[in-house]
Design a protein around this ligand. Structure first.
Ligand code: HEC
Length: 159
């Protein structure tokens, strides 16, 4: 190999290696196993601008958005309240509006999304079966809006 072709090969390998990193944002992991979540299970229609934004920094762009919170509330009532209670006070599953988390990462938006998408133990199955990723962000914004816990423990506000 000539010197120049070695350099060219080096550059192309470099580009191949660098390109996923350049667009890589956050890595989503299963709340229990820590394995990377397989986003190919995602339902259609969830890859919105808001979700793309979320994938960059792990912050939910829908937090504090009144209109979205209302939508999130109705999705929560359909898909979550049966197990977590109408005010997320806890029922079969734990309360989701206070500052106690079985999985402390749920006090960050990324952690909460990971639990929704990938599920946790037992009855808490992966929610990608019922909701697309944008809808999950909507539900999350509703849950943050009814938070009754200590503000200093609300990691999502500090991100
Ligand atoms: C069939 C019942 C069921 C449904 C439906 C359900 N969950 Fe759960 N959820 C549970 C149970 C049980 C747990 C406890 C699992 C564990 O500890 O690993 C749980 C755990 C969680 C946790 C972790 C809480 C913590 O303290 O760390 C979050 C967050 C959560 N659920 C959110 C939701 C949301 C949002 C929905 C609707 C999209 C939903 N769940 C739907 C039963 C359910």
């Amino acid at each position: 190999m000539t010197k120049i072709s070695k350099i060219m090969t080096g550059i192309s390998i470099g580009l191949v290696l660098a390109s996923p990193i350049a667009i890589a944002d956050i890595t989503l992991r299963n709340a229990i196993t820590g394995e990377t979540l397989d986003m190919s299970f995602a339902k259609k229609g969830g890859d919105t601008d808001a979700f793309k934004q979320f994938m960059k920094d792990g912050k939910n762009p829908y937090n504090d958005n009144k209109e979205i919170i209302e939508k999130g509330k109705s999705l929560y009532m359909t898909g979550c309240s049966g197990c977590h209670g109408h005010e997320a006070e806890g029922k079969l599953g734990p309360g989701l509006a206070d500052d106690y988390w079985t999985y402390p990462r749920n006090s960050t938006d990324q952690g909460l999304f990971e639990t929704l998408f990938g599920g946790a133990n037992g009855m808490m199955g992966p929610q990608y079966v019922n909701f697309n990723t944008d809808e999950m962000l909507q539900i999350m914004s509703f849950l943050r809006s009814i938070y009754t816990g200590d503000k200093s423990k609300a990691e999502w506000l500090k991100q």
